[in-house]
Design a protein around this ligand. Structure first.
Ligand SMILES: [Zn+2]
Length: 318
C-alpha cells in the first residue's frame, strides 16, 4: 500500500515572530502582512491542490478563526473536501510545559473553534513545534481524537532545532521554542499505536509520524521547508529516498507559499530562509514532488482517511 497525505499547518505570521524571538510588533509585520497565511497563501494552496486534483489536511489554530477571512477560508477548504485538523487554540510553543488543565483547554478550545465554523469536530491533532508528551496523548485519547500527527523522528531536524534554541539563548532573544525529549528519535517512522512512553509501540492513540526518508539515509526530513531549501533536483532526490513508505506524510506550512516581496514579509527573510525563494519557485518544487509521488504509485488521501485505513488494517490483523 502506498498512501500519501499532504498537510498544511496554518501557522499565521505572528507565530514566526515568536519562534525567532522577534517582537510581535516588528513594524512591517503589522496589518495585512500579519494575515499573509490566510489571505495570500491559502488561496495559492487551494489552486495548487485543485490543479493536482488531491485532497489535503489543513491544521488550523483556533484563535485565528476570530478573523473573518480566516474563518471563511477554513469553511471554504472544508467545503472543497479538504480535512480541517486541530492545531490547538493558541499555538503555545511551550504547550507541553504547561499544567494539564491548560493543555486540555488548548485542545478543547481548538476543537470548539473549528466546530463553530465547519459544524464538525476535527478528527486529528498536530502539536505546535512537533513537541508532544504522554500527557498530551492521554488527553487526546480522553477527548476521542482519531489520530495524532506530531511525532517527527528526525535526527537532523532535532539537532538543528536544538542548535537554534541555544543560539537564541546565547543572544538573549526570548524564543518560545522548546527542545524535545531526544527519545522521540527512537519512535517508528511508520504509523503506529503509541505506548508509554509514546515513542514505543503500544495500544494507545494512532500516531501518523511526520515524513522522514528511509533508515539507511539517516531519516532526512521530508517536509516542505527541507524540500524547498533542497531545490527542485534535491527535492526529487529526497522523494526517491522516501518512496516505499506505506504512508508518506508530507507536512507543509502556510508560509511555504508566501512570497516575501509580494506579501510584505521582507523583515522575516533573514530568519526564515525559505522566504528567500519566490512563491513561483516554491510552487514549482511542491508541484514536481507531488507528481513524482503520484508516478511512484502513491494515492492521495487526507490524514483522517489514512488513519481510517491503518485502523482497519489493524482490525484485520487481530
Ligand atoms: Zn504550527
Amino acid at each position: 500500500m502506498r498512501l500519501c497525505a499532504v498537510s498544511v499547518d496554518l501557522d499565521e505570521i505572528p507565530c514566526y515572530s515568536a519562534i525567532h524571538g522577534l517582537s510581535a510588533r516588528v513594524p512591517a509585520l503589522e496589518g495585512e502582512a500579519c494575515h499573509a497565511v490566510y489571505r495570500r497563501a491559502v488561496p495559492r494552496f487551494e489552486a495548487l491542490f485543485d490543479e493536482l486534483g488531491i485532497p489535503a489536511t489543513f491544521f488550523v489554530i483556533g484563535r485565528d478563526l476570530a478573523d473573518r477571512t480566516a474563518a471563511d477560508a477554513t469553511l471554504r477548504l472544508h467545503a472543497l473536501g479538504h480535512e480541517i485538523g486541530n492545531h490547538t487554540q493558541d499555538h503555545f510553543y511551550d504547550l507541553v510545559k504547561r499544567e494539564r488543565a491548560e493543555i486540555r483547554a488548548q485542545i478543547v478550545g481548538g476543537n470548539e473553534a473549528i466546530a463553530r465554523v465547519i459544524g464538525r469536530t476535527p478528527a486529528g491533532f498536530r502539536a505546535p513545534g512537533y513537541t508532544i508528551t504522554d500527557t498530551v496523548f492521554e488527553l487526546l485519547s480522553e477527548l476521542d481524537m482519531a489520530y495524532d500527527s506530531s511525532v517527527f523522528p528526525c535526527p537532523s531536524y532535532y539537532a538543528a532545532k536544538a542548535a537554534a534554541i541555544t543560539g537564541y539563548k546565547l543572544r538573549k532573544r526570548p524564543t518560545h521554542s522548546v527542545i524535545d525529549d531526544p527519545h522521540v528519535l527512537l519512535a517508528p517512522a511508520e504509523p503506529y499505536r503509541v505506548g508509554r512512553p509514546y515513542p514505543k509501540r503500544g495500544r494507545g492513540l494512532l500516531e501518523l509520524p511526520i515524513g522522514v526518508t528511509g533508515e539507511w539515509s539517516a531519516r532526512l526530513p521530508y517536509i516542505g521547508t527541507s524540500l524547498i531549501m533542497a531545490g527542485k533536483r534535491g527535492a526529487l532526490t529526497l522523494t526517491k529516498l522516501i518512496a516505499g513508505r506505506s504512508l508518506v506524510n508530507l507536512e507543509l506550512h502556510g508560509i511555504d507559499l508566501a512570497d516575501a516581496e509580494e506579501d510584505g514579509l521582507n523583515d522575516l527573510r533573514e530568519h526564515q530562509p525559505d522566504l528567500r525563494k519566490t512563491r513561483g519557485e516554491k510552487n514549482e518544487i511542491l508541484h514536481a514532488v507531488i507528481e513524482a509521488l503520484h508516478d511512484q504509485g502513491y494515492q492521495f488521501v487526507t490524514l483522517a482517511q489514512a488513519a481510517h485505513v491503518f485502523s482497519s488494517i489493524e482490525r484485520h490483523e487481530h
